[in-house]
Design a binder for this molecule. Structure first.
Ligand code: AMP
Length: 465
C-alpha cells in the first residue's frame, strides 16, 4: 500500500512524495481511513512509528476539502501535547505536510511571553497545538475561542490523562463543543487511561498496531549493573566504545533530576565530552537552542530529564543512556524510543545501581520483558546483581515469553545505525544478544511483525460531549 491508495488530496500526496514518504506506516494505514471518516480513533503504536502524520494528514485533508466550514477563519482543530518541545515539533509537521495550502497553525505553550501567541490566535489559526497550562491561561484571559473546534487530538494520551494533566485536560474538554471528533495516540496505555478515554470518546476505532506498551522493536536495550560511583566511568566508556571513526556519537542521556542533569553535563564537559543539559528549570529559549543544536549536529551529548522523553523526533540518535532509571515503566518505553525511529536501529543502556531493584522490577513488569544484561563491561558489580535475583516478568497469555535471554555483551563500535544492525549479525559477541532478541521475536514477545487489530467498542459518558 502507498499513500496514493489513501483518499488524500493531491497536494498532500505531493508533499508526502517530496518528503520521500511513500508507504504509510501500519498506524497510518489503519488510523487514517477512520479518521478521515470523522470517527473517533484511539491508536497505540510503538515509538517512532509515524503517529504524528497519522493525525496530521486527516486534519489537513478535512481543511483542504472543507476550507469554509466555519463562519470565518477559526480554530477548528486542537492538538494537546505534554511538552513545549513536542508542541513545536507537531506544529512543524503540520507546516511541512500542509505547506502549500496556507493553513495556519499556532503553537501555545508556557515558558515564553504570551504576546506573540495571543497575536497568532487573534488571526484565527485553523490548528492550535498547545500544552494545557498555557492554553488554560489564555482561555481565562479570553484569548481563545474553542467554540468552532471540530477535532481534538490528545497526543501522548496516557501522559495527558495522568495525574499531572488530567484536571487541566478535563477543563479544556469541558469548554469544547460536544459534537466533535476525538483522536488519541500513544505508545503506552494503561487501563486507567482507557477508562477515562472510554468516558469521552464515542465508539472509537481502536488501532493497535503493536502490543501496548512495548519498546520499539528495533531498539536493542540492555541493563548494566554498576555502582553509582562508577556510572560516569561507564558512560565515558560506552561513548568511546560506540563512537564512529571520527569519534562522534549522538547520545541522549537521561537523569532523574534537573540538578543531576546539570551536574552530569558539567562533569562530561570537564572530561572534554561536549554536553548540554535540558530540563524544566532552563529557560524555554535555552531548551530550544540546546535541542536545535542537538538536531543539527551529527554527534554530541544531550543530558535531559523526562522533558525529552516523549515524542521528540531527533534524527540519528545512536544511543540512549538511562544514567538514572526512570521511575515508571512508560517513561522507560518513551525514553528508549528516542532512538531507533522510523525503521532505524538504535541502542539503549540503563544503569542499575544500589537501591534500583524496585524500579527495575517495575519497568520489566510494565514492558513484560526481562531486559538483557551487559555483563562484560569494565565496571561490573556482581554483588548488586546477586542481591537482586530476577524473574522473567509475566507475559500475556496469548503471547508467551520466548526462551530466557542469555548473557549479552556490548558489541563493537559502530559508524551509524544501519551498520549497527549488520554488525550485530556479524559479530560473534553481539550475536548472542541479537539472536536471543530475535528468538524472543519469533515467539511474539518483543518485535513481532506489526499486527493490527481494528475494532470498535461502545462507551458511556462520564465526560459528556
Ligand atoms: P513520529 O512517530 O510521528 O514521531 O514519526 C517518527 C519518524 O517517522 C519521523 O521522523 C517521521 O518523519 C517518520 N515517518 C512518518 N511517517 C513515515 C512514513 N510513512 N514512512 C517513513 N517515515 C515516516
Amino acid at each position: 500500500m502507498t499513500f496514493d491508495d489513501l483518499p488524500l488530496a493531491a497536494a498532500l500526496k505531493d508533499s508526502l512524495r517530496a518528503r520521500k514518504l511513500v508507504q504509510p506506516t501500519p498506524v497510518q494505514r489503519d488510523a487514517i481511513p477512520p479518521a478521515l471518516q470523522a470517527k473517533d480513533v484511539l491508536a497505540c503504536a510503538q515509538t517512532g512509528s509515524g503517529k504524528t502524520a497519522a493525525f496530521v494528514l486527516p486534519i489537513l485533508q478535512r481543511l483542504i476539502e472543507d476550507p469554509g466550514a466555519a463562519p470565518e477563519r477559526a480554530m477548528r482543530n486542537l492538538v494537546l501535547v505534554p511538552t513545549r518541545e513536542l508542541a513545536v515539533q507537531v506544529a512543524e509537521v503540520f507546516g511541512q505536510l500542509g505547506a502549500s495550502e496556507g493553513i495556519m497553525v499556532q503553537c501555545v505553550y508556557g515558558g515564553v511571553s504570551q504576546r506573540r501567541q495571543v497575536h497568532g490566535l487573534s488571526a484565527g489559526p485553523e490548528v492550535v497545538v498547545a500544552t494545557p497550562g498555557r492554553l488554560l491561561d489564555l482561555m481565562a484571559q479570553r484569548h481563545v475561542d474553542l467554540s468552532q473546534v471540530e477535532c481534538l487530538v490528545l497526543d501522548e494520551v496516557d501522559r495527558m490523562l495522568d495525574m499531572g494533566f488530567v484536571r487541566d485536560v478535563r477543563k479544556i474538554v469541558a469548554a469544547l463543543p460536544t459534537k466533535r471528533q476525538n483522536l488519541a495516540f500513544s505508545a503506552t496505555l494503561s487501563p486507567g487511561v482507557e477508562d477515562i478515554l472510554a468516558r469521552f470518546m464515542v465508539n472509537p476505532v481502536r488501532v493497535m498496531t503493536d502490543r501496548v506498551s512495548t519498546t520499539a522493536s528495533e531498539v536493542d536495550h540492555r541493563i548494566c549493573w554498576v555502582r553509582s560511583s562508577q556510572k560516569l566511568d561507564l558512560l565515558q566508556h560506552l561513548l568511546q566504545l560506540h563512537a564512529d571513526s571520527n569519534g562522534e556519537i549522538k547520545t541522549l542521556v537521561f537523569t532523574a533530576t534537573k540538578h543531576g542533569a546539570d551536574r552530569l553535563a558539567k562533569k562530561l564537559n570537564a572530561l572534554n565530552i561536549g554536553a548540554t543539559a535540558i530540563h524544566g528549570n532552563k529557560s524555554q529559549n535555552a531548551r530550544e537552542r540546546a535541542l536545535n543544536q542537538f538536531r543539527k549536529d551529527s554527534g554530541g551529548t544531550l543530558v535531559a530529564t523526562d522533558v525529552a522523553a516523549r515524542g521528540l523526533d531527533v534524527k540519528g540518535i545512536d544511543l540512549v543512556i538511562n544514567y538514572d532509571l526512570p521511575k515508571e515503566g512508560d517513561s522507560y518505553v518513551h525514553r528508549v524510543g528516542r532512538t531507533a525511529r522510523a525503521g532505524a536501529t538504535g541502542r539503549a543502556y540503563s544503569f542499575v545501581s544500589e537501591g534500583d531493584d524496585t524500579l527495575l522490577r517495575g519497568i520489566e513488569r510494565f514492558i513484560r520483558q526481562q531486559i538483557p544484561v551487559v555483563n562484560d563491561h569494565p565496571f561490573p558489580c556482581g554483588q548488586l546483581e546477586a542481591a537482586m535475583p530476577r524473574q522473567a516478568p509475566r507475559q500475556p497469555r496469548s503471547r508467551q515469553a520466548g526462551p530466557s535471554r542469555g548473557p549479552s555483551s556490548e558489541g563493537q563500535p559502530r559508524r551509524n545505525t544501519r551498520n549497527f544492525s549488520r554488525r550485530k549479525q556479524s559479530s560473534g559477541r553481539t550475536a548472542t544478544a541479537a539472536s536471543s532478541t530475535r528468538s524472543a521475536s519469533a515467539n511474539g514477545t518483543q518485535s513481532e511483525a506489526p499486527r493490527s487489530t481494528t475494532r470498535s467498542f461502545s462507551l458511556s459518558g462520564w465526560w459528556r460531549r
